[in-house]
Design a protein around this ligand. Sequence first.
Ligand SMILES: NC(=O)c1ccc[n+]([C@@H]2O[C@H](COP(=O)([O-])OP(=O)(O)OC[C@H]3O[C@@H](n4cnc5c(N)ncnc54)[C@H](OP(=O)(O)O)[C@@H]3O)[C@@H](O)[C@H]2O)c1
Length: 251
Amino acid sequence: MISFNKERKYIVTGASSGIGETAAILLNKLGATVIAIARNKERLGALKEKCKNPENMHIEVKSLTDDIEGLSSFVKDLKEKYGKFSGLAYCAGVTGLCPARTLTYEYSRNIFDINYFAPIMLTKGLVDKRNNIGKNVSLVYVSSIDAKVCSKGQSVYSGTKAALCASILSISKEYAVGGGIRMNCILPSAIDTPMTKKIIEDGYNLQGEEGAYPFGFGKPIDAANLIVYLLSDKSKTISGQNFILDSGGVM
Ligand SMILES: NC(=O)c1ccc[n+]([C@@H]2O[C@H](COP(=O)([O-])OP(=O)(O)OC[C@H]3O[C@@H](n4cnc5c(N)ncnc54)[C@H](OP(=O)(O)O)[C@@H]3O)[C@@H](O)[C@H]2O)c1
């Protein structure tokens, strides 16, 4: 069984909703200390109320896109407040449907900021050995099946997710030396979260695709279980990988 102790401290972004919220609750339940980051203070407060060990669930209300250059310093500030980190679950992100003819640079940059540049700059902070515990450190990033499938209207979103996988693979090679820091991406297909509800409202035909998913849409806990496994020592030889969770059908 996977378990942690409270000295194992993990940053979880996107902790106010969906996959990140579920991962934060699960990590906390299994004994880890969680630093839960998102912008929505009320939802983060609710997260603290519903978790098993609220004394080990720390809330940080923060936009990850207001000062991307400063995110590595932000990690240092968090380290000074909470101590050295054992890892990261990067679950923040946005999606969006945008046919190529309507693309703008600003639209594209906004999606790249939260899905690509923010995780890369947080990683820069976490690989700094002054900020991590040095052994058994694991960083997990939620990419998407769209990094591989590249559906119509998802050019920018797919680009952010493919770029994230490529850069994390590269950085994982820098930090694998001496059994240092592990880094992996997970690539879910549809997961039943507020994000999925929004793109259905925006007209994306996920219902039509559902029949193509033999095991149905994933639940946030399905992604959270894999995230927690990859953060834990049970996966201690696994690094630089992309894990597809496609409900048995998309790929
Ligand atoms: N749901 C799916 O079907 C699916 C499939 C594949 C991949 N994914 C990926 O999984 C990740 C999580 O998705 P989800 O479905 O859990 O989405 P969600 O329920 O919409 O949650 C997104 C999270 O990201 C946070 N966030 C967004 N912009 C932020 C910003 N600028 N600064 C700080 N936090 C920000 C939100 O928090 P605040 O609004 O409180 O800041 C929220 O906690 C995303 O990267 C998504 O692309 C999802």
